[in-house]
Write a protein that binds this ligand. Structure first.
Ligand code: IPE
Ligand code: IPE
Ligand code: MG
Length: 250
């Protein structure tokens, strides 16, 4: 019985996810385990972003969204924040040529206003230089928070309603999608968190309503392409019911 069900599942394995979102966590603990400063963990984490991005591009993922800095991360020590703000520059100065060669388009979500000018500048340059690329969309969540995103969306929606540009009666889920920072980006089918923490920490709250969740104890700097592949193959076997029932039970 179970064998038959399993076989039936395998026959119906779904396609690759279009969008994978990752909460890259555990950099600090990775460093601590090695008696290194936390920022070394962030450096190694950045190296791993290159590996995972390369792989996602190679296997044909369309969107990879990486949580790089949350609206809550400002509560960290100043030296750590400064280092994290320099990382996008370091990453792009060494990796942008390869991203261009791989036809990757760089995008960002999050509020740029609080970020240092040099961070915004390097990231916007990468966004501009890759804007016509048609391969993987690499989305960096920088100073991003799901609640902050909703507050901003509701503010501009209300302003549009007051100005008469939209009728409150016409507001649908699709309207809300269009006011979010992720407009034009499909919802993530997979949401991964590394380092053995089991929470969303304010990441893509609206968009993850039906994401398949994956947790691993691996710290982000050590999260390997093989583990990602394993999660993808598990995703392809999971039953996604969206509130309904399995097709075979109809
Ligand atoms: C995730 O690693 C990276 C960022 C939040 C920027 P952490 O720095 O949170 O690592 P841990 O959780 O302290 O190990
Ligand atoms: C989430 O990790 C944010 C990023 C990965 C950028 P945190 O380490 O900040 O999350 P909490 O504080 O453990 O929830
Ligand atoms: Mg953490």
């Amino acid at each position: 019985m179970f064998g038959w069900r399993k076989q039936k599942r395998a026959d119906k394995e779904r396609a690759l996810p279009e969008h994978i979102a990752i909460i890259m966590d555990g950099n600090g603990r990775y460093a601590k385990e090695r008696n290194r400063p936390r920022i070394n963990g962030h450096y190694e984490g950045m190296q791993n972003v290159k590996k995972i991005t390369r792989h996602a591009s190679d296997i044909g993922i369309k969107y990879l969204t990486l949580y790089a800095f949350s609206t809550e991360n400002w509560s960290r020590p100043q030296n750590e924040i400064s280092y994290l703000m320099k990382l996008p520059g370091d990453f792009l100065s060494t990796f942008l040529p390869e991203l261009i060669e791989k036809n990757v388009r760089v995008l960002t979500i999050g509020s740029p206003e609080e970020l240092p000018d040099y961070t915004v500048k390097t990231v916007s340059e990468a966004v501009e230089k890759t804007q016509d690329n048609t391969g993987l969309n690499l989305v960096f969540a920088l100073n991003y928070g799901g609640r902050d995103e909703l507050v901003q969306a509701i503010r501009s929606m209300s302003a549009d309603a007051v100005a008469g540009a939209i009728d409150p009666e016409d507001i649908s889920q699709g309207t809300i999608d269009q006011y979010l920072m992720t407009r034009n980006i499909p919802e993530p089918e997979m949401m991964i968190r590394t380092s053995g923490e089991y929470r969303l920490s304010n990441f893509l709250l609206w968009q993850s309503s039906y994401s398949e969740l994956f947790f691993t104890d691996t710290f982000w700097p050590e999260f390997a392409t093989e583990e990602l592949d394993l999660m993808i193959s598990q995703y392809q076997k999971r039953s996604r019911r969206f509130g309904g029932i399995d097709e075979e039970e109809v």
